[in-house]
Design a protein around this ligand. Sequence first.
Ligand code: SF4
Length: 436
Amino acid sequence: MSKSVALHTLGCKLNFSETSSMGRMLENDGFIKKEFDEVADVYVINTCSVTDNADKECRMLVRRIQRKAPEAMVVITGCYAQLKPKEIAAIPGVDLVLGAAEKFNISHHLAAISKGDATKICSCDIEDVNTFTASFSKNDRTRTFLKVQDGCDYNCSFCTIPMARGKSRSDSIANVVANVNELAASGIKEIVLTGVNLGDFTPPSPLKGELEKVNAKSLKGDVDNKENFFSLIKELDNIEGIERYRISSIEPNLLTNEIIEFVSNSKRFMPHFHIPLQSGSNKILGAMRRRYKRELYAERVGLIKTLMPHCCIGVDVIVGFPGETDEDFRETFDFLHSLDISYLHVFTYSERDNTHALTLKPVVPIATRNERNKQLRNLSYQKLQYFTQQHIGETRKVLFEKQDKNNMMEGFTDNYIKITAPFNKEWVNNITTWTI
Ligand code: SF4
């Protein structure tokens, strides 16, 4: 008899796309997919290392599973499972821990264990992780997150992602195109290109592929491989059927003028960027080991707004990084205030094991971190209000998604303004003209 499986994602869109792909793989292997709050034979939790209390959340979910289905197998995977496999394995009720390289071999590992066996950890040194597995989410018919790149070669001093996901590696352009064609054929209208360091997209060259058969090395492209993220978006822009692409998040130093100019002329790439800033103080950017200064960031925003005055720009920022004085924070606040951006994602710095930032002093008191977070969230609210108000009265294209509980529906304009409207079946997954 077929077994059932329920999956749950903690964390980012990349994890979300990978959970979705794991689910499809398990379905192909004969499992029946269930909702996470239903009773199932196997539960999979795909964890995140960025979430502050990944371990607490994991424990809570496992306890809930044990109450509901004490005989079910519990599998934990994802970034946190790669970083702290022993900690995860010690959680009562966990049967299998799968690290970064093993998560897509889940069926194989499940077949090898039984409930009641000692908890099994299948994880390898992150240095040895060099395969790329394409993933995409497909939970509704409208929008999908397509992973085209994984891992990161940068070494930002606060970040554990390179330790959890390994070195930068990318899909080939041909594979991405094949996936996009498949998604278009299934009725998807909007694709969000996703990766850990998306702008570092470097497809493996064919020659390198041949060499790898002989000598398994990294999947990162050769230095003479001229294909990059710009080559990818040019290729994708020609595919019929997909009406919209968004670029999920791109480092300012990799968001080149040619990419910005291309998006400004494209009918399919939406006027919407998400560009991490992290700090508006050059001193703090240096301590964070970011690869740009605030001047470059301001230039990028300036070019975007010159070419696309209607463009939506989201910004990631971290408050309370070690050494961030009141003056440094004020610099960040004033810088963000002066920029023509649309919203902020504000993160409060929190200590992470094995990062360089742990050695930096002085540590910012938690109350100060929280206060700074509040100030930037208020600024974000004002920025979003201002951005939205500038477009009131304009007629723009909206892609509406499915019905919500209150008989309403939501959608986004090309430039990412959220529109709520009474439900209309005709509008679902169709581009509709809408006056804001
Ligand atoms: S660019 Fe920096 S913050 Fe982003 S994943 Fe790489 S190391 Fe982490």
